[in-house]
Write a protein of this length. Structure first.
Length: 446
């Protein structure tokens, strides 16, 4: 009975607690679970907590009977600047959004695993997958008419995306050295956009009236996660995981903003991990993760512009079929990402384990795609982490981690398309971000 109550509490907390955040590898979190985050997210070849299914479902049969629950405080510092414009109608004015920051945000994690036999387990893991968030005061995207009126801008501008993955998992040990696993990826997301009235018209959108200021819309979606872990030598364990694209329901309230009539799927991603037991006390881990943002049109489509053929200037700013909301409509223009994660774990004694890690990726936003990414300046490339686990007298555990993501900036070049600037050069949009995070979790083997 107690186990059932703990499991229910973990699931509902992860779904209902606010998880608003700007994630850190594009729209994905650096890692899954407090222990993995102490190793800069490396965990594909490791099985050490009931959140491991989010890294690799094959790990769960090696975890044993276990419960984990934790929370992360995530504090991003992000900013955008528009500068260098020439005076003229239609040009976005100079803008400095360095002081517009919400946060910190709180992101839960939870997992439960139960051994059906020595060779098979079932589990349930719930993690905040990630999201996108930014809110600006006095932002030109609201309305150029009101912008020019006395008193300035009447509204804030921003977007908010929250994503949670729920992973029912079955894991099977083929033999003492190899295990496989499968998770049903059940995803839930909420989205909101506001203050974008400059784009809420037929010049830009295929569905005016469904661009912004519609409140919060949500969607459910489903995918699969497949994994394998194999101990190849006494010292080396290898893991492989594949997470399919999660096909999300369309968000009708934003069908005039997001490509494919309001579709925002969770991208396909996959990876390989190594765990090397260098000594009895020291383990080294290395993961490579591939995230295919370009396959999701609302994320990967670049900003589309160009006067419509045969249409008077000003009557159509984006060619038919490429407006916001269309299948090929403008998105955030994100490239695919390859993420490299290197972690170390040192067991000081039977009670204390220390961790550290570093990860690197080339951020996904090109210099000519910074305009819309003012709303989601996801340009982080490098993270450094430390972490620890302390075993309590009842054999339960307290784990913690700290992460710093180093400041990264993308300076725009040809970043504001030709549909602005009818009276002169429209200038450039620059974006930057840094982050800090702290997490704490409780784990219990039963």
């Amino acid at each position: 009975m107690m186990n059932n109550r703990l499991l229910s509490a973990a699931v509902f907390a992860a779904i209902l607690l606010p998880t608003t955040a700007m994630a850190t590898n594009g729209m994905f979190m650096m890692g899954n679970g407090t222990k993995s985050n102490g190793r800069a997210g490396a965990g594909i070849a490791i099985a050490d907590h009931a959140v491991s299914a989010a890294d690799n479902p094959a790990a769960m049969v090696r975890v044993g009977n276990r419960f984990d629950f934790g929370i992360q405080m995530f504090d991003p510092d992000r900013a955008a600047v528009i500068s260098g414009h020439a005076a003229g109608p239609g040009n976005p004015p100079n803008f400095d959004g360095t002081g517009n920051n919400d946060g910190p945000f709180y992101i839960p994690e939870g997992g439960f695993n139960y051994m059906l036999s020595d060779d098979m387990s079932v589990g349930l893991t719930v993690v905040g997958t990630g999201g996108m968030n930014k809110n600006y005061d006095n932002m030109w995207m609201y309305d150029q008419t009101d912008m020019m009126s006395p008193g300035g801008y009447p509204s804030t501008t921003g977007i908010n995306l929250e994503q949670v993955r729920i992973l029912p998992t079955l894991s099977y040990k083929i033999n003492d050295k190899h295990s496989v696993g499968v998770s049903l990826q059940v995803a839930y997301q909420q989205f909101k956009a506001w203050g974008l009235s400059n784009f809420d018209n037929s010049n830009f959108s295929s569905n005016p009236g469904s661009v912004a200021d519609k409140g919060r819309d949500d969607a459910w979606g489903f995918g699969l996660s497949l994994g394998w872990q194999g101990q190849l030598t006494d010292q080396l364990t290898v893991g492989v995981v594949y997470n399919s694209e999660i096909d999300m329901d369309e968000m009708d309230d934003y069908s005039g903003l997001l490509a494919e009539d309001g579709s925002l799927d969770v991208p396909e991603n996959y990876g390989i991990g190594l765990a090397f037991q260098a000594t009895d006390q020291l383990m080294l881990a290395f993961d490579v993760q591939q995230i295919n943002y370009s396959d999701v049109k609302s994320i990967g489509n670049s900003i589309q512009s160009g006067m419509c053929s045969g249409v008077a200037p000003g009557d159509c700013m984006i060619a038919p079929g490429k407006q916001l909301g269309d299948n090929n409509g403008s998105g955030f223009g994100w490239d695919d990402m390859t993420v490299y994660k290197l972690g170390a774990e040192y067991q000081v004694n039977s009670q204390l384990t220390l961790r550290a890690g570093y990860s690197h990726a080339d951020q996904p936003i090109d210099k000519d795609q910074t305009l819309f990414n003012i709303l989601v300046p996801a340009v982080i490339e490098d993270h450094a982490t430390i972490g620890m686990t302390y075993v309590l007298p009842n054999q339960s555990e307290i784990s913690m981690f700290y992460m710093h993501a180093f400041k990264e900036k993308v300076k725009g070049s040809n970043s504001i398309p030709a549909f602005f600037g009818t009276g002169g050069a429209p200038g450039e949009a620059d974006i930057k971000m840094s982050q800090d995070a702290f997490g704490i979790a409780y784990g219990w083997n039963f």
